[in-house]
Each structure stands twice: as C-alpha cells, then as structure tokens.
Design a protein around this ligand. Structure first.
Ligand code: NDP
Length: 483
C-alpha cells in the first residue's frame, strides 16, 4: 500500500486533527491504494488560519514574482508528468494513455497558460472630466477551491493557477475518491520551497470538509466544480454570506448530426465525444440527435465504431476505455440503463455488467461496456438526466427547428456539438443552442483564453482566460483628479 495521503497546512503534511481516515480505492481493481484524512471543520479552520496569516505577504509579492512561481510549478510538474499520469490512472481507473494526453498535459499547461496571461495583463484606465480612473485589481483573499473526481489535477490546477497569479491564498479540497494528484501538487510545491500557508489542502468528504469550506466566514470566494445538486447546496450556503461564487456544474450535452454530415469523417469524433473517460467528462455528448434521413446509416456505423473500442485494464497502453470511478457509480449508471429499458428504450450495444460483462478485468473492478440506447423519447428521464457514465441515447429529428427544440429540452446547458458539411450552417445553428459552448465539427477543442461555463442549471459564472482573472480578483476603481 502507498504511504498515507496527508493534509497540507501551513507548509506541513499533517493528519486530520482527530486522526480519522478514509480508504482510497483503485476502481479498476477494488484494491485499497492508501488512506486519506477524514478531515472536519477544525482542520478547515487550521488551513484557513494558515492562509489568512500568509495572505498579506503573498499579496505583496509582485506580479512578476507570482508569474515566475507559476512557471516554476509548471516546469516541475512537466518533469514529473509520467508520474502524474500513473497516479491519475490508478485513482480514477482511466487509461494511462488518456491520463498522459489529457490530465497530465493539461495540468502543466494550466500553470503555463496563466503565467503567460499574467505577462499580458495591462493596466486599464479611463480618462474623463480631467480625472484618470485607474481600474485596480486586488486579490479576493483566501479562496476555497472544490473539485470533482473525473479530471482531478486538470480541474484543480485550472483554479489554483489563476488564484495564485492574482495574489490569493487557497484552501483546496479534491474529491475524496481522487486525492493522489492533489497530494502530488502539494509535494511539488513543498519541494520548490513555495511559501508556507499560501496553498493548503484539506482532504475528506464533501458534506464535511467541502461544506466547512463553503461555510467558513473568512473564506471570501468559492470556485466549485461538481454536480448540480451539490452546486445548489453550495450556492444556498455561500450566497447569504455574499461570497464570490463560481459554479461549474453538470450537463446533458447534445451531439447534433445534421442531414449533410459526412458520416465517415465524423464517426471517430462522435465516438470520442460520447465515451472519452467512460463518458465521465462534463462535456461529453450523452444525447445524439441525428437527422431522420441518415439515422439508420448513422446508427449502424456508430454501433460498429463503439464496439471496436477496447475496454479493459487502464495500465494497458492500448486500452481506450477503463473503469468508471467506483462500484457505487457503476450501480448508478446501471440503474439508468435499466430505466432506459423500462422507459421503452432498446439496447443497440452494451448494457449492465450482468448483461454484457467486460472480460479479462478484476471482478472487483467497476467496468461497463459503452452502451447505446435507441427508441427513447427525447423528454424521457434517461435522455434528460445526467448519467455521467458510458451511456448515450440516440434520437431522430426531421428539421433544424425540431433539433433545436430537442437540444434545448433539458434543465442543463453546458456544452454541445454540431456536425455538418457546412461550417457556416453549423455556426448559425449553434447560436440557437442554449449552452455555454458549442463545437462545430470538433469536440473538446479548448482554447484556454475563451470563456468557459454553463447556462441554466449547468452553472453560474465563467472561468477561463480573463474570466478566471476576473473571478480571482476584486476590481476597484481609483479616480485621480489631474488638476
Ligand atoms: P459532486 O458534486 O458530488 O462533488 C464535487 C466536489 O464537491 C467533491 O469534492 C465533493 O466532495 C464536494 N462536495 C460534496 N458535497 C459538498 C458540500 N455540501 N459542500 C461543498 N462541497 C461538497 O460531483 P462529482 O465529484 O460526482 O463530479 C461529477 C459532477 O461534476 C458531474 O455532475 C459533472 O458534470 C460535474 N462536472 C462539471 C464540470 C464543469 O466544468 N461544469 C467539469 C467536471 C465535472 P466528495 O467527493 O467528498 O463528495
């Protein structure tokens, strides 16, 4: 067993004050990897006190010094990116090749990207009535960063980098199911002699540690990525305290295949959009809407392509889909497959582990085959509720108006993709989809300068580029009369 994961508070690795722990399980094998602290409000309090004590000196560093720290962190992570990929794969059950290509690479890039953004920050001034208005950015103060299990270090670093850049101190909580790379980040900072107290990490359950972070009166901002139900609790707790709040929540994204889409060219991307990370990317397309005139051909080609995906051992370099995050999550996904059948759906491929077992994996692993369900109403529960697993439903439409109406018929509005031979047509169509991002003839193509976030129940606020800089700073105006 790996050595225990510890909290990182005031530059020291410590157990939870009461010594309680939680097991961290490898979902592909069912084996216990290590233990993590089951922290409580008193641990959050210690971390917050450390952050508050470090706040003034961190905020007093120059922007150039903080940029230099981000580059140093990026370089240190880059040098250890293979270890990050292995840890992420062990903790989440995702293929190591995916962890390398997406998780490790992006975690490094997040620090580099925000260092570069820092270099480009320009003072903003407005002159009027003989006075110059200087727009001033101060840090928010101590911020709470709460992240989910699907892209652990990718999403944590997406928040840590801009928070540090703008002079904030941090109390962070990763999902208790995926603590390893957050610990790795803390170890990396420690080895770099990063100033104590600026970055603090508290492990444990969401309803204990996460809730204590959101409730803490001295934590001034909360950046939360996770499910919509949890987001509601976070908002209800933080809003009356007037905290700055950014919520990146769930989705039920549509992949819309228009009648002119060149099926042969798009199939690999549509499969990728459906099943990357076992469908556990908030941006995955879990509802495929396809024009009736090409639906039969599409379904035949799609099912064939899905059946070619290699599901199995995450450490095998040729594996394309690993396990889901836990046996509990597997049961939740399976309950949606059963619901889909109950609601009148027909399995085109895949199914529950009993119906369609994954061969050559540990019987204790949380494995499912990619599953495609046809014949459901676009307003059924299976087609409108977030499953967050390797399950997609397929629906047909007869014209663009119907496709728009179907795409917008969920409570969510995070992402979507449109596939067509005509990019202009796709662009015009995309404007009618109520989501934070629409890709036309591409998927997961991310320019980090762009605004990122959801509409409707997929979130509040935007992160990315200048929007992250805005969230992690307080803007004030200083008006200086010139004469
Ligand atoms: P959860 O909402 O269950 O958890 C997210 C984080 O919040 C975890 O660290 C969790 O801790 C913590 N948490 C739980 N309860 C509370 C609370 N009361 N107060 C504060 N924090 C709390 O999400 P999942 O981890 O299951 O992640 C999957 C979800 O995340 C999906 O809905 C997915 O769509 C969404 N997501 C959204 C993204 C986006 O950018 N919009 C990106 C990635 C995922 P614990 O793990 O201990 O419960």
């Amino acid at each position: 067993m790996m050595g225990p994961v510890l909290n990182y508070i005031n530059g020291e690795f410590v157990e939870a004050i009461d010594g309680a722990t939680i097991d961290d399980i490898n979902p592909a094998t069912g084996e216990t990897i290590t233990t993590i602290p089951r922290s409580q409000a008193e641990d959050v309090d210690a971390a917050t006190n450390a952050a508050l004590a470090a706040q003034a000196s961190w905020a007093a560093t120059t922007l150039e010094e903080r940029i230099s720290w981000l580059y140093r962190i990026a370089n240190a992570l880059d040098a250890q990116s293979e270890e990050i990929a292995l840890l992420e794969s062990t903790d989440t059950g995702k293929p190591v090749s995916l962890a390398r290509r997406v998780d490790a690479a992006r975690s490094v890039e997040n620090f580099r990207f925000f260092a570069q953004m820092g270099e480009q920050l320009q003072p903003t001034t407005f002159e009027d009535h003989g006075a110059i208005n200087h727009v001033h950015r101060s840090p928010v103060g101590c911020v709470g960063l709460i992240t989910p299990w699907n892209l652990p270090l990718y999403l944590l670093s997406w928040k840590v980098a801009p928070a540090l850049l703008m002079g904030n101190t941090i109390v962070a909580k990763p999902s208790e199911m995926t603590p390893l790379t957050a610990k790795f980040l803390a170890k990396t900072l420690h080895a770099l002699n990063f100033p104590a107290g600026v970055f603090n990490l508290v492990h444990g359950y969401g309803h204990e540690v996460g809730q204590a972070i959101v409730e803490h009166p001295h934590i001034r901002g909360i950046s939360f990525t996770g499910g919509t139900a949890t987001g509601k609790v976070v908002a209800a707790t933080a809003a009356p305290m007037f905290k700055k709040l950014s919520l990146e929540l769930g989705g039920k994204n549509a992949t819309i295949v228009l009648d002119d889409a060149p099926l042969e060219n798009i199939m690999d991307d549509v499969v990728r959009a459906s099943f990357t990370n076992s469908g556990q990317v908030c941006l995955c397309g879990s509802r495929i809407l396809v024009h009736a005139s090409i639906a039969e051909q599409f379904k035949a080609d799609f099912v064939q392509a899905v059946q070619r995906l290699k599901v199995g051992d995450p450490s095998d370099e040729t594996t394309q889909m690993g396990s889901v995050i836990s046996r509990d999550h597997q049961a939740k996904v399976e309950s949606f497959i059963a619901l889909g059948i109950e609601e009148g759906g027909r399995l085109l491929t895949g199914g529950t582990a009993d119906q369609c077992p994954v061969q050559h994996v540990s019987p204790a692993g949380a494995f499912l085959h990619p599953t495609v369900i046809d014949g459901l109403s676009a307003t059924s529960r299976t087609a409108t509720e977030e499953i967050f697993g390797p399950v997609v439903t397929v629906h047909t439409f007869n014209d663009e108006d119907e496709a728009v109406q179907m795409a917008n018929a969920t409570a969510y509005g995070l992402a979507g993709s449109v596939w067509t031979a005509d990019p202009e047509r796709g662009h015009a169509f995309a404007k009618r989809i109520e989501t934070g991002i629409v890709w036309v003839n591409t998927w997961l193509n991310r320019d980090l300068r762009t605004p990122f976030g959801g509409v409707k129940q997929s979130g509040v606020g935007r992160e990315g580029g200048m929007w992250s800089i805005g969230f992690f700073s307080e803007l004030t105006n200083i008006c200086v009369q010139q004469s």
